[in-house]
Design a binder for this molecule. Structure first.
Ligand SMILES: [Zn+2]
Length: 407
């Protein structure tokens, strides 16, 4: 694929496509069409996801209505209580959550558990950039994995400008009204199989869904185009290993597509390596590889960078993307990404458009990834050990919230 064809795909997919939405399905079908243009037959792999339609969401603080969006899948109800801004996870700060509607800086898995365990009756979160001109509010959800086995609290999300104002004015009392209809919906992966000479399979992955405010050009139509480019290469070149390409749905909702794919035993059979792309081709930023594998792969990829004269930083780490469910099943995984600062290339916001990426840069990044993939695909035996080192297992436990990080 050349730069012009690449930019055309960015243009064709310049719309919001959240996990489980009709737009996500539209994009999945578009990707199937792109594979067909290469003479390749890809299929939908549907999986169930929780969905919700918000009927009503209001936040009133000291009698003043604050613009907000209700958390999906956080139940329905009405609650009025003292306002409290939680700034630490120390016992003193946590103890003051009791009976209050609590503003937090971010709602991670453990923060939500802290709120429930310390008797909060509702929660408030915020997003956006205080220096940006917009007052956008992202559509959030209480993930099933976060509230599994514990209470659902009503919560709303607001813009950072309003959250700052509330704290500045020493807000006293908050009221949340949240009404919604929750139901089971469907999201989907797009899966393309390309059999080789041997059954051992390299699986490529990249998510094609976006968050609610974002067209997701950089995050992650770029990676989706990336694996399409790799597929286009192998459609023209013989390969010893079998190859599978998975365009993952609902990554932004908690890696749901990759988790659904990896939950099926038959999908894991013969997998020897996962090559995941999440955000490449940006105008700004440095190219990096993140290996959730034995450390040898780190050295191999950095040597390959030198061999080919391609600037790359490589480290051994768990990356927050679709590579993680594969790694968690013991499949060595590597994520490639061109990492730009949030100032130069903001993600999950309206500013993630095709202006952040560049066709020629995409060609270069795809070229390096293809060179690596080609070596792995033609290997007599996949050289990467099919075992997860202890330090990576530990990081996977923390990332997947089975263990709480002491830090
Ligand atoms: Zn992403």
């Amino acid at each position: 694929m050349n730069a012009k064809e690449i930019m055309q795909i960015f243009q064709d997919t310049a719309y919001v496509r959240t996990g489980g939405s009709p737009e996500e399905l539209k994009c999945a079908e578009y990707l199937i069409g792109k594979c067909r243009e290469l003479g390749l037959e890809a299929k939908l792999e549907p999986f169930p996801v929780q969905m919700a339609e918000i009927k009503e969401a209001h936040l009133t603080v000291d009698g003043q209505e604050i613009p907000c969006k209700g958390y999906r899948c956080a139940g329905s109800g009405e609650v009025e209580a003292p306002f409290y801004y939680l700034t630490g996870s120390d016992p003193h700060s946590l103890a003051q959550c009791k009976g209050k509607i609590v503003l937090v800086d971010g709602l991670g898995h453990w923060t939500y558990h802290d709120l429930v365990e310390n008797g909060a009756v509702g929660f408030l979160t915020y997003g956006g950039d205080i220096a940006a001109p917009d007052r956008d509010i992202d559509q959030k959800e209480l993930r099933a994995s976060v509230c599994q086995g514990i209470a659902k609290l009503p919560g709303v999300h607001m813009n950072v400008k309003d959250a700052t104002q509330l704290v500045a004015q020493d807000a006293k009392t908050a009221k949340i009204v949240l009404q919604q209809e929750e139901y089971e919906g469907e999201s989907r992966n797009v899966v393309l199989e390309m059999p080789g000479e041997i059954p051992e399979t390299i699986v490529f992955s990249a998510h094609y869904d976006s968050t609610s405010l974002s067209q997701g050009a950089y995050d992650n139509m770029s990676g989706s185009i990336g694996i399409l480019g790799v597929a286009a290469y192998f459609a023209q070149h013989p390969h010893r290993h079998s190859l599978r390409f998975v365009w993952c749905g609902s990554e932004e909702r908690g890696l749901l597509g990759a988790k659904a794919h990896c939950a099926k035993e038959e999908n894991l059979k013969n997998l020897v390596l996962n090559i995941n792309l999440d955000m490449i081709g940006s105008v700004m930023g440095k190219f990096a590889a993140c290996c959730t594998s034995e450390e040898k792969l780190v050295h191999y990829i950095s040597y390959l960078g030198s061999e080919l004269g391609f600037g790359i930083t490589v480290r051994q780490e768990v990356y927050s993307s679709d590579s993680t469910p594969f790694a968690d099943k013991g499949i060595p995984a590597v994520t490639f990404a061109r990492m730009a600062s949030g100032r130069a290339a903001p993600i999950h916001v309206r500013y993630d458009t095709l202006e952040l990426v560049k066709g020629e840069r995409m060609e270069q990044d795809i070229g390096f990834i293809t060179a690596f993939a080609q070596r792995m695909a033609d290997a007599v035996t996949c050289p990467v050990a099919k075992e997860m080192p202890e330090n990576m297992k530990e990081k996977l436990d923390i990332y997947l919230c089975r263990k709480r990080d002491k830090k």
